[in-house]
Design a protein around this ligand. Sequence first.
Ligand code: FHN
Length: 728
Amino acid sequence: MTHQSTSTRARLHLLLIPCLLGTAALGETPAEKDQRMAWWREARFGMFIHWGLYAVPAGEWGNRRDHAEWIRTTAQIPLKQYDQFLAQFNPVKFDADAWVRMAKDAGMRYIVITSKHHDGFALFDSQVSDFDVMATPFKRDILKELSEACRKHGLKMCWYHSIMDWHHPDYLPRREWETDRPAAGADFKKFTEYLHAQVTELLTNYGPIGVLWFDGEWEATWSHEYGQPLYDLCRKLQPGVIVNNRVDKGRGGMAGLTEDAKYAGDFGTPEQEVPRTGIPGVDWESCMTMNDHWGYNKNDKNFKSSRELIRLLVDIASKGGNFLLNIGPTAEGEFPAESVERLAAMGRWMKINGDAIYGTTAGPFTEGLPWGRCTAKAMGGDTRLFLHVFDWPADAKLTLGGLGNDMKGARVLAGNGEPLRTERKESDLVIHLPAQMPDADCTVIALDVVGRPIVYESPKISAPADIFVNTLTVEIKVNSAEMEIRCTQDGSEPTANSAVYKSPLRLSDTTTVKARAFHRGKAVSSVAAAEFKKVPAWPAVEGVAGTGRGLRLRTYTGEWDRLPDFAALTPTRKAARAGIELEKEDRAERQGLVFAGLLRVATNDAYVFALTSDDGSRLYIDDKLVVDNDGLHEAQEKRGVAPLAAGHHALRVEYFNKTGGSELKLLMAPVGATPGPISPEQLASPMGEARKDGESSKASEPKKDGEPKNAGEGSISGAGKKERGIGS
Ligand code: FHN
């Protein structure tokens, strides 16, 4: 199968877009974003569908039965062999209306289906590719039929579209095992044009689309310079569309929560997991499989029970998130029977308890509830708390600790409206429940309280770091404006006579901060405490006779699951690098790298360092371990703080990549600021050491005026005796 590169028609079409749509400013006020996100936040529950050619082998290849949508890669199937699935994809039992009705009856409000997964196959009639559903015996535009059915039944139609593409001739990188598809001649920019052309089709030919759910953004070829324009294209084509954070590079591994505001994307995408707590003000959606595979695997019968799925939905909503629950249809076009059964069971529960999910926000009990979860909904100036009970108390008395509100009433949501008796015991509320649990999966109690929730939880004390060199700003928060925070800075226990916290504390010396919540003059929480230490800055290294720009890099070959002791190994290559970044040859598999040199800081301060890597890495400054991000993992970020005096400091980053993706990034900033790239001017190598290595002169750029012309043996002293020199 070949791909037409962006056809003239499509390219013209693309060229027209900016003219037709003008240069609509993408700036958006918070109120406008709230309006755009409103339906999604209200929905809380959607259906994910992974469907494509991979449903034909249904997980089986050779003697293995554990494949799914990744089968082209996990079974290393050459393209020509994989293309043969085209002739076998004929889902004659596909019924868009039936699919949409099952989603609706389950209580789902939107459907996200793979318009194209990593294998590059388009489930729609694409004008810029012939590797699509029109090349199969089926010859029907599946997405058109689904989008029409969604409109008919009032569900939002949404597309999952993979950036990674194992079929298009211009996509890079190739799979390591794909020796039959040389990368020579591939033009990634052309691929991005093709990607834009298909996204344009998806947002032009199928009516209003709710979400563009990108994926496959983690490979090194994709970057923020591509992510932002792709986000902007979506919003220009349909200004009301919502785009997930995998359009760019901010996903941060399976946790899926955008690392940094600079990355594009409207919501975070935790995968197969639920964040431990909600994140106030952050939109996020957990996507999960019903069994162990996204795409159809005929042998995978490990389906989550309906109870587990209902409780997952409740858990996610109680933390303020959306639940995107996956179905992997068969090659014939049917949902697996087990999925149909789970959807029906969830629908029965949602039919009577949906009000406790739709349009709710995270419950106010951030320290958790032993018997279940809580979601909340503003009811005018008052609040309805939905208490989702998983474990029915043996004595039928439900205790809600630390709730300061006056009560208006409680009832079983699915009951006959009969009020439940409540009584207050100190700051605890006791609700007298029916003896028998009405719904064993999850019974919801609707508790109406006066005003916004007042929960007696200990104050949260926060600061950018727990060490500082100059001064440090400390904030203290409670989750209700009705409560007062009283705090001390001398280590004593806060009392009703202690200072009232009104604004952030600015510390200039080592301090123990203690805080306690008060309501109507009474202490109503335990005491929160935190110590913040003022520390001396690590002295700058002295005797740096002269420095060349950039760092020294040593490369090692080996296969590790954790960082090796590089000092015991012999480097296979030496080079220079402008910064802590991976060039093409640095991305090889089974390789270790050690970047070493000097980091110059302008002022005495505590600096935060954000080290992102896939696989493991560590940051040392002055030979002290500052960030430990070691281990086998996808791209993930770890942070650390170092107090540094103005001047040069020995810097060393150790990194290894076993197989698969590769990533290495080091950001820094004074504590309290957002970490950003380290400017090349801050990085240097001692001239002598660079020359001693006979490295390329790249690291020692010609001296500018005013700098020593023939720097002596730039040696590093004053950094104390080290078991290894820098980068040795
Ligand atoms: O590689 C894909 C995978 O096949 C699936 O589509 C999931 C669903 O979010 N996303 C990627 C893995 O993170």
